[in-house]
Design a protein around this ligand. Structure first.
Ligand SMILES: [Cu+2]
Length: 85
């Protein structure tokens, strides 16, 4: 069973911007900004939808790989999840 790792969305950034986890782990994104944000994978592997302040989205990664994602509302917000086997 995997662990859950937190990524904060704060000041129009994902923190940490790059995160390394193992297969079976879960990332939980939480939006701390007043502005709405999303965490949306560039290859459609996950999409949080719009997260208002205080809302969270969790995704469990079952396949190794590198997942680049953005906020679709502010596409300059970029993050990477590296999932190791
Ligand atoms: Cu955003």
């Amino acid at each position: 069973m995997g662990t859950t790792v937190e990524v904060m969305i704060e000041d129009f950034k994902f923190a940490p911007k790059e995160i390394r986890i193992s297969v079976g782990d879960t990332i939980k994104w939480t939006n701390l900004d007043s502005a709405p944000h999303t965490a949306t994978d560039n290859n459609n592997n996950f999409d949080s939808g719009t997260l208002a302040k205080g809302e969270s989205f969790s995704m469990t990664f079952e396949e190794a790989g590198t997942y680049d994602y953005i906020c679709t509302i502010h596409p300059y917000m970029k993050g990477t999840v590296i999932v190791e086997a």
